[in-house]
Write a new protein. Structure first.
Length: 148
């Protein structure tokens, strides 16, 4: 049984939470994983700026930050996977959707899947890793019907 919480910490009424929930369940099935627990937390630029500064040493807001608990081998349990938390800045969602010319729904879903893949250990520090991760993001989004 999977337990994914989507928590909106902003004052903004997000009418696409159900679509996000359906997409993340699709992504979990796509990755063929079970018994996962993690949170998706929607915050504003001020909040994510503080996280970015404190945990990454970068003094500016970012669009998404993932805190992967499985990076710590002591926390991995054989039957249950507690993956961690994904923080998404709603302010960045709106900015980037406008900049890239697509919907807010597309942008928040992209960031959510990006953060989810980070929780699973995917990365994009090296070019080869980036190709794998970004291809997987597009496969998941396109497969669910979230296109550009």
């Amino acid at each position: 049984m999977n337990n994914v919480e989507i928590i909106n910490e902003t004052e903004i009424d997000l009418d696409y939470i159900e679509t996000m929930r359906n997409l993340i369940n699709y992504a979990i099935e796509y990755e063929k994983i079970k018994n996962v627990i993690f949170n998706i937390i929607i915050v504003d630029n001020n909040y994510i700026h503080k996280l970015n500064k404190e945990y990454r040493g970068i003094d500016r807001p970012t669009d998404v930050i993932s805190f992967a608990l499985e990076d710590n081998a002591d926390l991995i349990q054989s039957n249950l996977r507690v993956l961690g938390d994904i923080y998404i800045s709603i302010d960045k969602v709106y900015e980037q959707a406008k900049e890239y010319g697509h919907s807010n729904l597309r942008e928040i879903c992209f960031l959510m899947i990006h953060g989810f893949l980070h929780l699973l250990g995917y990365d994009h520090m090296e070019e080869a890793e980036e190709k794998v991760m970004f291809a997987k993001q597009e496969e998941i989004l396109n497969g669910f019907g979230i296109t550009r």
